[in-house]
Each structure stands twice: as structure tokens, then as C-alpha cells.
Design a protein around this ligand. Structure first.
Ligand code: C5P
Length: 231
């Protein structure tokens, strides 16, 4: 069982490269950002005003807790078809809206919410160690902001994927123009996210890959090489 933990800021291309890496090795793929986005979507759809000055952290935490424990949430870890569901509804596209992007950090900044998600993420990672899992016990690529440091600090492979801010913003602008992804201010989101997670610099033992001047294929080649070295 190989666990690949990958962190990095917004717009760096974590999802696309992590997916490609998982496909290459026949591993499962866990998009933890999609889990936080789904929580923000769920809260907003339950009428919680995430713009309010006095957000009730307790109410958000209870709402997110019920989302997971009452079986409303589901995620597919197939890198060929990664999707997120709420009560069986496919919300994979809805969670990429500009509205969710600009509010997700309000939810992910609440520490008890993080505890709910960290536990769920560890369970998905552990589940891949068994024969009947998606990968058949081979491995998983999990990507996010705190995977190398908090969720799976003992992962076999730990990578920080990074790129210059202007490169990341340009990539995200390109995505929102072409793929139905909502507008996104990567710097603002990184600032908010950095209050509770540490992903701008690699922690001890984490390999940094700066892909500012690399194509998608070149980035994938570097990542495949790092995983092959670890196998
Ligand atoms: O990766 P993505 O940009 O989709 O993540 C959306 C948001 O989810 C981040 O901006 C951050 O607020 C939150 N997140 C997090 N911890 C993770 C993954 C994502 O707080 N491990």
C-alpha cells in the first residue's frame, strides 16, 4: 500500500496531476478540497449565511457533522470518474461555482469542522489498504492542504506542489473561461487557508515540486518519478 500525500496552494494543478498520477499507478484518488467544497455547498443549501459576521461555528460544525454521519455525503475515489454526491445528487460541478470558491474557506477555517473531515479522510485512505477497495490494496493519492502534515504525515510519499502566484491565477482564469469553473481569487483563498493549514512551504521530509515553468506532462513525469523511487 502506497499512500501519496500531495499539498499545495490554489490553482497549482493538484487535482489534474494527482488524478493522472493515480491513474498511472492504478491507485485511488481522494480530492479533499472537494470534501470541504461539498460541506460549504451543503451549509449554503441549508440556509446558513456564510457571509454573516457572526457565523455560528457550532451550527456549521453540527451541520457538517450530520452531513457525514447521517450518510448524506458520498465521494467516488475512481480517478477516471471522481464525483461528489449529496443525498445521491451529483454536485461535482456545483461545488466548483464562484460562490462556493469564495465561501469554502469560511467553513474550512473552523477547527472542529476540520476534525470531522480529517477523520473521514483518514478512513478513506485506510480503506484503500484492503483487497476489496477501489485500488485493491495498491494505494491512494490524496491531495489538499494538510495531507502531508496532518491527515497522513506518515505517508510513503509526500509532495508539495507549488507555482508562482501569477502563474496559478492565470491557470485558474483559463479554467473558468473554458470548463464551467467559477471565478476564483487564488491569493485571497491562500491567505484565508493559511490561517489553519501550512502549505506554502514544505515541512520536513516533504519533496517540493515547483511547476511554474513545467507543462502538465512534465509535471506528471516528475511526480511519477518521485513515486517510482519510493516503490
Ligand atoms: O483544493 P481546492 O482548491 O478545491 O480546495 C478548496 C478549499 O478547501 C481550500 O481553499 C481550503 O479552504 C479547503 N481545504 C482545506 N484542507 C484541505 C483541502 C482543502 O482546508 N486538505
Amino acid at each position: 500500500m502506497i499512500r501519496v500525500a500531495m499539498d499545495g496552494p490554489a490553482g497549482v494543478g493538484k487535482s489534474s496531476t494527482a488524478k493522472a498520477l493515480a491513474k498511472y499507478f492504478g491507485f485511488a484518488y481522494l480530492d479533499t478540497g472537494a470534501m470541504y467544497r461539498a460541506c460549504a455547498w451543503w451549509c449554503m443549501n441549508r440556509g446558513i449565511d456564510l457571509d454573516a459576521e457572526d457565523i455560528s461555528e457550532q451550527e456549521v460544525t453540527e451541520t457538517v457533522g450530520a452531513f457525514f454521519t447521517d450518510g448524506h455525503f458520498d465521494i467516488s475515489v475512481d480517478p477516471d470518474d471522481p464525483r461528489v454526491f449529496a443525498d445521491g445528487e451529483d454536485i461535482s460541478q456545483a461545488i466548483r461555482s464562484a460562490d462556493v470558491s469564495s465561501h469554502v474557506s469560511k467553513v474550512s477555517n473552523i477547527i472542529p469542522v476540520r476534525h470531522v473531515l480529517i477523520a473521514a479522510q483518514r478512513a478513506y485512505i485506510a480503506a484503500e489498504a484492503v483487497d476489496e477497495s477501489f485500488s485493491g490494496g495498491k494505494g491512494i493519492v490524496a491531495e489538499g492542504r494538510d495531507i502531508t502534515t496532518v491527515v497522513a504525515p506518515d505517508a510513503e510519499v509526500r509532495i508539495l506542489l507549488t507555482a508562482r502566484e501569477e502563474v496559478r491565477q492565470a491557470r485558474r482564469n483559463g479554467q473558468s473561461a473554458g470548463n464551467g469553473v467559477g471565478a476564483d481569487n487564488v491569493a485571497a483563498r491562500d491567505r484565508m487557508d493559511s490561517k489553519v493549514t501550512s502549505f506554502m512551504e514544505a515541512s520536513d521530509g516533504v519533496t517540493t515540486v515547483d511547476n511554474s515553468d513545467l507543462t502538465f506532462e512534465e509535471t506528471c513525469d516528475v511526480l511519477v518519478g518521485i513515486v517510482e523511487d519510493a516503490i
